[in-house]
Design a protein around this ligand. Structure first.
Ligand SMILES: *[C@@H]1O[C@H](CO)[C@@H](O)[C@H](O)[C@H]1NC(C)=O
Ligand SMILES: *[C@@H]1O[C@H](CO)[C@@H](O)[C@H](O)[C@H]1NC(C)=O
Ligand SMILES: *[C@@H]1O[C@H](CO)[C@@H](O)[C@H](O)[C@H]1NC(C)=O
Ligand SMILES: *[C@@H]1O[C@H](CO)[C@@H](O)[C@H](O)[C@H]1NC(C)=O
Ligand SMILES: *[C@@H]1O[C@H](CO)[C@@H](O)[C@H](O)[C@H]1NC(C)=O
Ligand SMILES: *[C@@H]1O[C@H](CO)[C@@H](O)[C@H](O)[C@H]1NC(C)=O
Ligand SMILES: *[C@@H]1O[C@H](CO)[C@@H](O)[C@H](O)[C@H]1NC(C)=O
Ligand SMILES: *[C@@H]1O[C@H](CO)[C@@H](O)[C@H](O)[C@H]1NC(C)=O
Length: 340
């Protein structure tokens, strides 16, 4: 007993010592000064946001909305959503203000009215930029161009709630993007999928509430995105059949088509080859029973499934469900009328 107690205390003491060595006590002086410059900018001319960012306080890693690396003590993430008060007018941002933050990778500027960027370079290490709800239509094109010029290495871009029109994106080089959120914008259905089809690194695409209408593209565009893992095109006015080329989206894990007017075959046959598909959200849409009901087995094993019809009623219980293992299917709703 005595011996085992002795042995276990020693590593515990060593751990406390090593923790003290690793935890940074303050933050880098140049980054602290840069944060204070940023505060001046977002409060210009006479705002009062971020009162806890104080001149005399050296511990800037403890300041609200600031995250630092625990190993280097450098700022890695800034959550600057809703910091600029509306009565101050639009915020003109100087991208160079972010240069001292060499390890900054994630920057939230959501819910501020950004009037434009002073044209210079921001930190090249920044990979995620959230510009949701920063403009109204008119200023958005210029502001967006400037933002992406200032931060050239983005893999994640949030542009939701900006009243962007689709044409804006065609001008941008977004080949390295892995996540693109365009939700709550008015997009042009006849060219947006073609534009997005050039962003071949995309893993997550959100086109929720984008006023999309007509049919999903039957050939190039959307179906070229073979790295896509999550696709959300819910709450639009899309109609017609699911295009067979969806079978090309071989990395797809989550598909949200809910609240459209799509004709979704009850067997989900266009999706049979998507072996990684786990979550399918399809309600409400128009589900229909196919004439030629083949006996193929889907390659997917779903964990969630939502299907319901607001049009014609489905006539037979979906056969593919017999191939789904119950214990994998966590949440599951199919509402319609079946003759089993
Ligand atoms: C900022 O300036 C404006 C105009 O001079 C004034 O109306 C407002 O009260 C000032 N706000 C603060 C917080 O001082
Ligand atoms: C932008 O910020 C940098 C660094 O603080 C500064 O040198 C430069 O003069 C600023 N540019 C403008 C136009 O304010
Ligand atoms: C990017 O971050 C790495 C460390 O994560 C650092 O060594 C490098 O200097 C940074 N690059 C720039 C241009 O700041
Ligand atoms: C957008 O940001 C403004 C502040 O600039 C805020 O008042 C508004 O509620 C935000 N809109 C949404 C949809 O979040
Ligand atoms: C950022 O881009 C530059 C040039 O485009 C490249 O040299 C650099 O390696 C990139 N940095 C990161 C962190 O991706
Ligand atoms: C949508 O795009 C098509 C084809 O590029 C174009 O002819 C049409 O004018 C656009 N519609 C709107 C509303 O911008
Ligand atoms: C996508 O699917 C169609 C058939 O629906 C096929 O003709 C085309 O070659 C596929 N494209 C790729 C890139 O796999
Ligand atoms: C699904 O994959 C099989 C081979 O695994 C292939 O024969 C079939 O054509 C594919 N179907 C679609 C719709 O791509």
């Amino acid at each position: 007993m005595g011996l085992s107690l002795h042995i276990s205390i020693v590593p515990a003491i060593m751990m406390v010592f090593s923790l003290q060595v690793w935890l940074p006590l303050g933050c880098l002086e140049e980054e602290r000064i840069a944060l204070l410059h940023l505060k001046d900018s977002l409060n210009y001319p006479n705002g009062t946001s971020l009162p806890s960012w104080r001149e005399g306080d050296a511990r800037c890693c403890d300041w609200e909305r600031v995250w630092c690396s625990s190993s280097t003590g450098r700022v890695t993430k800034l959550h600057l959503h809703s910091v600029r008060k509306g009565e101050l007018g639009g915020w003109y941002l100087n991208a160079s203000l972010f240069l001292p933050f060499q390890e900054l990778t994630i920057l939230y500027l959501t819910d501020n009215q950004i009037a434009g960027w002073v044209e210079n370079k921001g930190p090249t290490n920044l990979s995620a930029l959230y510009l949701n709800n920063i403009t109204t239509y008119g200023s958005s094109f210029q502001t967006l161009l400037q933002s992406l010029r200032a931060f050239p290495n983005l893999t994640t871009l949030g542009l939701g709630h900006n009243d962007l029109r689709g044409r804006v994106l065609a001008f941008l080089n977004l080949k390295n993007l892995e996540l693109l959120d365009l939700s709550y914008n008015t997009l042009n259905s006849s060219n947006i999928f073609q534009t997005i089809g050039t962003m071949t690194s995309l893993k997550t695409l959100t086109l929720q509430v984008c006023s999309l209408n007509g049919q999903l593209p039957i050939s190039q565009g959307l179906c070229d995105l073979n790295h896509l893992q999550e696709l959300d095109i819910s709450s639009n006015d899309l109609s017609g059949f699911l295009p067979p080329c969806l079978a090309n989206l071989s990395s797809l894990q989550q598909l949200d088509l809910s609240s459209n007017h799509l004709k979704i075959p009850m067997s989900l046959s266009p999706l049979y080859n998507l072996s990684k598909l786990k979550d399918f959200y399809g309600s409400p849409n128009e589900i229909y029973a196919e004439e030629d009901d083949h006996n193929l087995t889907p390659k997917f094993q779903l964990e969630s499934l939502y299907l319901s019809s607001h049009g014609q009623r489905a006539k037979a219980f979906p056969k593919f469900l017999y191939h789904q293992l119950k214990h994998f299917l966590n949440s599951f709703t199919i509402s319609s009328t079946y003759n089993i």
